[in-house]
Design a protein around this ligand. Sequence first.
Ligand SMILES: NC(=O)c1ccc[n+]([C@@H]2O[C@H](COP(=O)([O-])OP(=O)(O)OC[C@H]3O[C@@H](n4cnc5c(N)ncnc54)[C@H](OP(=O)(O)O)[C@@H]3O)[C@@H](O)[C@H]2O)c1
Length: 140
Amino acid sequence: MKEKTTQDRVVLITGAGKGIGRAVVEALARRAEVAGSPLALCLSARTRSDLETLKTRLDSSTVRCEVVAGDLADAPTQPVEACLARFGRIDALIHCAGVGRFKDFLDQTALDLEFTLKTNVTATFLLLQRVYAVMRAQAP
Ligand SMILES: NC(=O)c1ccc[n+]([C@@H]2O[C@H](COP(=O)([O-])OP(=O)(O)OC[C@H]3O[C@@H](n4cnc5c(N)ncnc54)[C@H](OP(=O)(O)O)[C@@H]3O)[C@@H](O)[C@H]2O)c1
């Protein structure tokens, strides 16, 4: 079976600065470099320095990175608008941003719950809703 390539793809990755998101970004960039297939990556997370470090490392004639620093809990669709402004489309979303306040059940407060739900649930819903609208509008 022929392997799919990353050619001409624009990928938005949330949580790109650390952990799973960063590992996915690195794997996608590596694959694009090996295949020589142009790839545009829109890197989103709260910590700008994490994203700038990745961009500095990965930017090449094959891989182009855009950095979007911001809190999804405050502005869930900001990375989508930034990606569209820079690259004009979104072919794939890899949504890895997420938080967890891991405490004993009895120590969890309403604020802990609200903090987690705002990022992991509300922002996820609004982000996916916006990306779906963009992808539907892009469909031939
Ligand atoms: N790693 C695992 O084995 C595992 C297993 C099951 C589930 N999960 C869940 O999967 C998600 C990712 O895990 P991970 O290990 O990759 O976590 P991680 O290393 O903490 O990375 C999370 C990434 O998401 C970003 N982020 C978090 N909250 C954000 C927000 N409100 N707005 C924008 N960016 C935000 C972080 O940015 P900043 O650091 O800049 O804030 C960071 O780049 C988490 O929800 C985690 O609970 C992980």
